[in-house]
Design a protein around this ligand. Structure first.
Ligand code: TEU
Length: 561
């Protein structure tokens, strides 16, 4: 039926357009390049494409700074190219969702240009403008309206002499926050969303959508390491968040006969909040992206690394499975354009490259929820060996380096080391299609370096090759499409008494699916009596290779009874 939640059985593939396929060889991926690869995605078994932003943008944050929501940036092509992509996706029975970046705009958006120029402008109040702290010299450090720090450096407030006021930016100064408390702002956003849905897209991935409602008092936050206050308690789950998302649902989605995939990116969201947002009866979104499981190797902030423990991973994922189990819905992801490659974080990208990529994929995809594959994950792409600061492009990475070396006087080589492990650029290197120079991504000069391992790690080497990571992903995705228990089965954690093993069961009717995964470099034995070779439906090792109670490094076994 039209109201059926089709996205529950879907697998989503995230495309980061600037790094996917470059059809005009200017070094930056584009929309016609994506059209050329749709057969590839269809063969993989993908149901939905999530396109990271292609809107007009000064590209300070690779498109997460939009200056025109209703046009395509010439870097990527034209609106007609996008229409062609949407049509080509639909012809193949697939769907396409767009990134919706409406917590903030670019500082070059006409709404902001007018707003900063005059307090009389129609969009004067569409952003958060505040006076200097009373008793201070406006425009000088310390006179900001509150102590909040921005994600990309320094204070969250920028002084504008023309207005004699500060504006709020939770991210870079070039990304001013939109004031959702103004009904006209909301109307403009809803109109724009409707314009896109009328154009035929199938939903939205909503950038930091839990940040749109700010506590109107905007109190100072607890101080963090770099001397700024943490505003999260006052904007990550603000007083009007449910009201605004409910209004969006009423104004955009409810009037339409079709069902859309809506996924809210929500840093800091708790399981209980996520359940509210995705509740089958009262929720406003299909699913959310939570962050807990990608923070398990971080100590306080993302730059400080610690070892991820398999026990923590199991506890975290099980908690989310249970919390959203019957009334909500989970999204499942390891990678995206903001995260270093999972195989280089939680896996082993050298000795057990193939085994750990397939083991991690198995564990994730066989949870209950909608899995997301980030481009290149399906061939086991790894972090990049960036040699020098010049190799990095990301605004967050460059800002971190400037702060760490410039302000905190850390050793440049240490900071580079941190960036090499944690930078978002690790996931933004070009898609590795083949072994040729430029990796089949471009014949021009790529905007960011191609990972040299493309000489052996590429699509051409794996597509159609039995035992490859790519073919394993295909089999895994096919399993979801074939077995209802993967989509609808409940989730039960299994304790084997071995810390290295991640195990769980899924039940639906008379069917039980069991996953045993050794997430370590060492073989492990365990007691089990109910798994027989006959019921084995998927493994990343040759089935005969080891005994029933023993798992080789990164071995996984999936049984269905
Ligand atoms: O990211 C949201 C976000 O909170 C990021 O700061 C994220 O936690 C960080 O990148 C991890 O290092 C979204 C987008 O996905 C990201 O690409 C944008 O830069 C950001 O919003 C601003 O739009």
């Amino acid at each position: 039926s039209e109201n059926e939640a089709w996205w529950k059985s879907a697998v989503v593939y995230q495309i980061y357009p600037r790094s996917f396929a470059d059809s005009d060889n200017d070094g930056i991926g584009d929309l016609p390049g994506i059209v050329d690869q749709l057969d590839y995605l269809q063969e993989l078994g993908i149901d939905v494409i999530w396109l990271s932003p292609v809107y007009r943008s000064p590209q300070q944050d690779n498109g997460y700074d939009v200056s025109d929501y209703q046009d395509v940036d010439p870097l990527f092509g034209t609106l007609e190219d996008l229409d062609r992509l949407i049509a080509a996706v639909h012809v193949r029975g697939m769907r396409l969702i767009m990134d919706l970046v409406v917590n903030h705009t670019s500082d070059q958006h006409p709404w902001f240009l007018a707003s900063r120029a005059s307090r009389e402008a129609p969009t004067s109040d569409w952003y958060f403008w505040r006076d200097a702290r009373p008793g201070t010299v406006a425009g000088e450090a310390g006179s900001e309206p509150n102590n909040w720090g921005a994600s990309f450096g320094g204070s969250a407030w920028e002084w504008v002499p023309e207005r004699g006021q500060y504006y709020l930016h939770l991210f870079a100064p070039s990304q001013p926050d939109l004031n959702w408390d103004n009904p006209d702002t909301r109307e403009a956003i809803f109109a724009m969303m409707n314009w896109w849905l009328d154009r035929g897209i199938d939903g939205f991935r909503m950038d930091v959508i839990n940040f749109i409602s700010k506590d109107p008092e905007m109190p100072d936050g607890p101080l963090n390491r770099d001397g700024y206050g943490d505003g999260m308690p006052y904007f990550s789950y603000g007083p009007k968040i449910h009201a605004y998302l409910a209004e969006m649902k009423r104004r955009v989605f409810d009037p339409r006969p079709d069902t859309y995939l809506t996924v809210g990116e929500m840093p800091g969201v708790t399981p209980e909040q996520a359940r509210e947002f995705t509740d089958r009866e009262h929720g406003q979104l299909a699913m959310v992206f939570q962050y807990e499981h990608v923070f398990l190797d971080a100590d306080g902030d993302k730059w400080t690394q610690r070892r991820m423990s398999i026990n923590d991973l199991r506890d975290t994922l099980a908690k989310w499975q249970t919390a959203l189990g019957d009334s909500g819905w989970n999204s499942l992801y390891w990678n995206n354009h903001d995260q270093p490659r999972v195989i280089s974080r939680y896996g082993n990208d050298t000795t057990y490259w193939r085994e750990s990529a397939t083991a991690l994929a198995t564990v994730l995809h066989l949870h209950r929820g909608t899995p997301y594959v980030y481009q290149g994950e399906e061939i086991g792409m790894t972090n990049a060996p960036f040699a020098a600061l010049d190799d990095f492009r990301d605004i967050e990475s460059l800002d971190y380096y400037a702060k760490a070396v410039g302000t905190h006087l850390e050793e440049p080589s240490d900071v580079l080391d941190t960036l090499r492990r944690r930078s978002r650029d690790n996931s933004r290197t070009p898609m590795q299609w083949s072994a040729v120079p430029g990796a089949g991504f471009t014949t021009g000069s790529p905007w960011i370096g191609v990972n040299p391992n493309h000489s052996w790690l590429n699509v051409a080497a794996q597509r159609g090759t039995p035992g490859s990571i790519y073919e394993y992903y295909r089999a895994l995705i096919a399993l979801r499409h074939r077995l209802p228990v993967v989509v609808d089965g409940n989730f039960v954690a299994v304790h084997t008494g071995r810390d290295q093993i991640y195990a769980f069961r899924r039940h639906l009717g008379n069917t039980t699916l069991t996953v045993h995964a050794n997430l370590s470099d060492l073989p492990v034995s365990f007691d089990r009596d109910d798994l027989t070779a006959r019921d084995l439906v998927l493994t990343n090792y040759t089935p005969s290779r080891s005994g029933p109670g023993r798992l080789e490094p990164w071995e996984v076994r999936v049984h269905v009874l």
